[in-house]
Design a protein. Structure first.
Length: 107
């Protein structure tokens, strides 16, 4: 896999769900449309907990990620949505793993 990828889990206040959903969908679409280095920005909602969102973001390189990280749009989005969020966890998805290093058995 080339690029820099993130998996983000966001839990929101139940009374903020409709507003957050609109803002999150708009933010993902605008990021994809306006930031050429954003390759993918998927938004998922948990089927059993509609207050739990999962995001998958993929950026071409560090420069592309920095454009996103320091964009006025992200700053406004965070300022607006942070009060709606009860928990946020972010995982960086690392470089490609050589599966030969994981043979599935002991020598």
């Amino acid at each position: 896999m080339n690029g820099i990828a993130f998996f983000v889990e966001v839990e929101i206040e139940s009374d903020q769900r409709d507003a957050f959903d609109i803002l999150m969908t708009q933010h993902a679409a605008a990021t994809l449309a306006e930031e050429t280095g954003c390759i993918k920005f998927d938004v998922y909602v948990d089927r059993t907990n509609p207050n739990l969102y999962a995001l998958y973001e993929l950026y071409a390189d560090q420069a592309s990620l920095d454009v996103h990280r320091f964009s006025p749009r992200l700053a406004i989005f965070r300022e607006t949505t942070d009060p709606m969020i009860t928990n946020r966890r972010i995982w960086t998805i690392g470089a490609e793993v050589n599966v030969s290093n994981f043979p599935g058995k002991e020598d």
